[in-house]
Design a binder for this molecule. Structure first.
Ligand code: NAI
Length: 244
């Protein structure tokens, strides 16, 4: 095997692949010759070239199980999964209702847990597999008015490391990507607000927003055999935000 990132024929599931970084990962992976299954929210469509598409809300455990089983059947196995599904709430503690808190934790933390639990028997049986979760710079350093979001992404860091130990027992890997501010729908409101835009950019030493492809390629590296000795890692792709 070459040390280069080769994903030709990789059987890859992207969950949350209807927009943003997930959609970039789907497009890059299909262009590079991977066999890609994708789940999206019901109101989203999938990129054309995918081998399989089904709607799936990651907060629904039985929907996640069904989607994973259907994707594995369609691909004839599974080598890797990337979970990009996520939501952001710009709220401090005083303005976060119980429902706000529960929704963010359900999508950003419980959803990836559902995916890991559904994939575990497949990776165990194969004696291999790579799961890539999505953290954030906000899971590593503090961020104004992101109470539930920061808690959910900090939870992903812990989940990643503990799953990495469990999955290593049968030869599978678990890592996460922690992006800084990226130009997707998630940051559209903040980027359109001059005050928030300036504050976000001032925190980035490289002085710009990241592009979805710049994050998706990091997720694909972690999904690929090229990262075979990497597990339990949170890979920061943030233009230097957390270097300060
Ligand atoms: P996005 O808003 O463009 O895409 C998020 C996707 O998740 C959408 O397709 C949406 O439909 C899907 N989604 C939302 N709720 C879902 C649910 N319950 N079940 C299934 N899918 C659901 O956002 P983006 O930027 O692509 O975010 C991808 C990941 O990267 C997220 O986990 C996000 O928290 C993380 N991230 C993004 C950053 C950014 O600046 N854009 C920064 C740090 C982390």
């Amino acid at each position: 095997m070459s040390g280069l990132v080769d994903i030709t024929g990789l059987k890859l599931l992207v969950m949350g692949g209807g927009a943003g970084i997930g959609l970039s990962a789907v497009r890059m992976a299909t262009a590079a010759g991977a066999e890609v299954a994708v789940t999206t929210m019901p109101d989203e469509t999938a990129a054309e070239q995918v081998a399989f598409h089904t709607p799936c809300d990651v907060t629904d455990a039985s929907a996640v199980s069904a989607a994973v089983e259907a994707a594995v059947a369609a691909l004839g196995g599974i080598d890797a999964a990337i979970v990009t599904a996520g939501i952001f709430e710009h709220r401090g503690v005083a303005e976060t209702s119980d429902a706000d808190w529960a929704r963010v934790i359900a999508v950003n933390l419980t959803g990836p847990f559902h995916v890991a639990r559904a994939l575990e028997p497949h990776f165990r049986a194969a004696g291999a597999g790579s799961l890539v979760l999505f953290s954030s710079q906000v899971g590593l350093v503090g961020h104004r008015r992101a109470t539930a979001y920061a808690a959910s992404k900090g939870g992903i860091n812990g989940l990643t490391r503990t799953l990495a130990i469990e999955f290593a027992a049968f030869g599978a890997r678990v890592n996460a990507v922690a992006p800084g501010p990226v130009e997707t729908g998630m940051t559209a409101v903040a980027r359109a607000d001059p005050v928030r835009r300036r504050a976000l950019l001032e925190a980035v030493p490289l002085g710009r927003f990241g592009q979805p492809d710049e994050v998706a390629c990091a997720a694909l590296y972690l999904a690929a055999p090229a990262s075979a000795f990497v597990t339990g890692h949170v890979l920061v792709i943030d233009g230097g935000v957390t270097a300060i």
